[in-house]
Design a protein around this ligand. Structure first.
Ligand code: NAD
Ligand code: DAU
Length: 332
């Protein structure tokens, strides 16, 4: 099988390419990525010479390149996006451009060539939940609250519309917050660990009582594999983690413990505008239909993630200034 991966030089896409080449060594992968600040060829340096892997630098909004690559593939797995909420506060336009227009261009290419299309989306399209009450399911109405989540919601609607209108064979996964190796140091867990290594503080937005449903990127890759190989066309599957409502402050305390540091390294900063209070994903459907469940505990994966950042400073060091430049502008 030949897979066209978009955004494969980013965090989840590069983990997925590693995962796929290991678990499906007979398959061929083409990675289309324009290499924004979030796209990093170093994530894939170890597979660059693998004969089953090809990198193409290009934009998903370029219809010509999208059409050529989609035509040559059996399936499109679409990760490419602008993905960071703090950046969406500062510059929402590029989120509309990439996440909506870019997905549309790829869908058009898939439609012209009648190719299977898997769309990677987020639980944020459902908005947010009150503390200690409720979960997102596949039936939860869409209610996005940021330019990022609104643009992802629009892209989900386009994917479904192409299925209904043109019979395009699509599937969608909406997952919760990923963490693990190769995550840009702009995101919460990777920012905390790299700040602490640098002798800086952990920055906690607002009161810190915001809840995320932490999903290790390896568990996410396994879920996508199951949907690609056994998922039902036209269906959406939610993917979430194992954590029982752990708030940001508690995650910060775990990390301080793992790094043998004290609580005085926690600093409260200005809150994010429009900050979503809580995400919690009910992953019963993918569990019942495809047998997926997260494999490892948050504490085990978190420890491994801390170790990975400690051992891979040369990977994240060149990205750190770029990450902190955003926070200079937001005052966080
Ligand atoms: P990321 O920001 O790390 O990587 C995005 C990648 O897309 C980069 O390699 C970038 O260069 C590429 N890209 C951006 N614009 C492009 C364009 N116009 N053409 C080609 N490539 C382009 O993102 P991520 O965290 O790996 O997220 C991947 C996908 O998963 C996104 O669709 C995101 O919405 C979704 N998602 C992420 C999370 C998470 O916790 N990180 C959770 C739920 C869903
Ligand atoms: O739910 C899935 C989403 O998870 C994905 O769709 C997004 O692409 C991904 O970026 C992530 O969005 P969040 O906004 O939840 O992730 P982030 O890592 O930016 O923040 C996680 C929580 O931590 C959130 O409540 C904000 C808070 N935070 C974040 C940073 C960077 C802090 O308190 N301090 C920080 O320094």
């Amino acid at each position: 099988m030949k897979l066209l991966i978009t955004g494969g030089a980013g965090f989840i896409g590069s983990n997925f390419i590693h995962y796929w080449l290991e678990h499906h060594p007979e398959d061929q992968i083409v990675n289309l990525d324009v290499l924004t600040y979030a796209g990093n060829p170093a994530n894939l340096a170890d597979v660059a010479n693998n004969p089953n892997y090809t990198f193409v630098k290009g934009d998903i909004r370029d219809a010509e390149i999208a059409n050529k690559l989609v035509k040559a593939a059996d399936i499109v797995v679409h990760f490419a996006a602008e993905s960071h909420n703090d950046r969406a506060v500062l510059d929402p336009g590029i989120f509309v451009e990439t996440n909506i227009n870019g997905t549309f261009k790829l869908l058009e290419a898939a439609r012209q060539n009648n190719k299977r299309f898997h769309h990677i989306s987020t639980d944020e399209v459902f908005g947010h939940l009150p503390l200690d009450e409720g979960t997102f399911t596949e039936e939860t109405p869409y209610a996005p609250r940021s330019a990022y989540s609104a643009s992802k919601a629009a892209s989900d609607h386009l994917v479904r519309a192409f299925n209904i209108t043109y019979g395009l064979p699509v599937t969608i996964t909406n997952c919760s917050n990923n963490y693990g190796p190769y995550q840009h140091p702009e995101k919460f867990i990777s920012r905390m660990i790299t700040n602490l290594i640098d002798g800086e503080n952990i920055k906690i937005y607002g009161d810190g009582k915001y809840v995320r449903d932490w999903l290790h990127v390896q568990d996410h890759c396994r879920a996508i594999d199951l949907v690609l190989t056994s998922g039902k066309i036209g269906e959406t599957y939610l993917v979430g983690g194992m954590t029982e409502d752990i708030n940001n402050l508690t995650v910060a305390h775990f990390i301080l413990q793992l790094m043998n540091l004290k609580e005085d390294r926690i600093e409260f900063v200005k809150d994010r505008l429009g900050h979503d209070r809580r995400y919690a994903v009910d992953w019963t459907k993918i569990n019942k239909d495809l047998g997926w469940e997260p494999e490892h505990s948050f504490s085990k994966w978190l420890k491994e993630t801390v170790e990975w950042y400690k051992n891979n400073e040369s990977w994240w060091r060149p990205l750190k200034d770029e990450a902190e430049a955003t926070y200079k502008k937001t005052g966080q």
